[in-house]
Design a protein around this ligand. Structure first.
Ligand SMILES: C[S@@+](CC[C@H](N)C(=O)[O-])C[C@H]1O[C@@H](n2cnc3c(N)ncnc32)[C@H](O)[C@@H]1O
Length: 247
């Protein structure tokens, strides 16, 4: 799908496609993202955790399996049902909800850590102010955010959703969030290189700009592409120190 596109991706349709559209779901790696797992293992998640745009629930499942209290939200009923089944099969408690993330603003719920694994970059750029307002509403004082987003700097030539630059992240979050780090980390996919270079646009089901000369690719043990992605870790500033302009 063209980078920076403002058209919505039909996620529910993708998930309903099941196996047939497996190649359209590069995030479905059948387990937690190793970077999320590593942050969790280092104690980076605390309190009540919200997994926004949780997809098939593997990150939430991992976090909850370590004893964390986890809520997880996705707009797709099929994806959430899949997450619920996994939680049940693993005897783990997760508060799953099928909802548009933006509808949570009026829920009254508050969280201590928010995980956004590849959700932010699926939003059109014009939704960024709504998104930051949503986070402000959903977060307790001192809440932490771990956000993973495809990056303009790291993989500009990959097909896929919107790319976000480091200055854009600082611009969007810097006024309200104390950005601890924006670092390159690895994002695992379920796609071999040939599928990445022939990525299908989920809105048209047509191949999006075939790319034979992707920048150097990392491949995991299963032969699937691992790409670089920004990980931003930020802590919500106390209300009185939040400013109109990014710090
Ligand atoms: C690229 S997938 C990432 C899934 C998961 N976080 C992961 O890392 O495997 C993005 C997810 O965001 C969900 N999503 C998109 N728009 C949403 C919205 N407005 N509210 C809630 N979920 C949404 C999609 O259904 C999809 O599952």
């Amino acid at each position: 799908m063209p980078t920076g596109s403002t058209e919505k991706i039909p996620f529910e349709k993708l998930y309903q496609g099941g196996e047939k559209s497996g190649p359209l779901m590069p995030w479905n790696i059948g387990g937690p993202q190793p970077a999320v797992r590593a942050i969790c293992d280092q104690g980076g998640f605390r309190g009540h955790v919200l997994d926004l745009g949780c997809g098939l629930g593997d990150n939430a499942l991992y976090l909850a399996s370590t004893g964390l209290r986890v809520s997880a939200v996705d707009i797709s009923e099929v994806a959430v049902q899949c997450g619920r089944d996994k939680a049940r099969d693993n005897d783990v408690t997760i508060d799953f909800q099928v909802a548009d993330a933006f509808s949570l603003a009026t829920s009254g719920a508050r969280y201590d850590t928010v995980l956004d694994s590849a959700f932010f970059h699926t939003l059109p750029a014009e939704d960024v102010p709504r998104y930051t307002e949503l986070l402000r509403t959903l977060c307790n004082e001192d809440a932490e955010l771990h956000l993973f987003t495809f990056s303009k700097e790291l993989t500009p030539d990959y097909p896929g959703p919107r790319r976000v630059s480091e200055p854009e992240l600082r611009d969007a979050f810097g006024a309200e969030w104390d950005i601890k780090v924006i670092e390159a980390t690895r994002y695992h996919s379920s796609l071999p290189p040939e599928a990445v270079s022939r990525m299908v646009d989920p809105r048209t089901f047509e191949v999006d700009a075939p790319t034979d000369n992707l920048a150097e690719q990392m491949i995991d043990e299963a032969g699937n592409v691992v790409s670089w992605i920004w990980h931003m870790h930020a802590v919500l500033r106390p209300q009185e120190t939040r400013s109109e302009t990014p710090a």
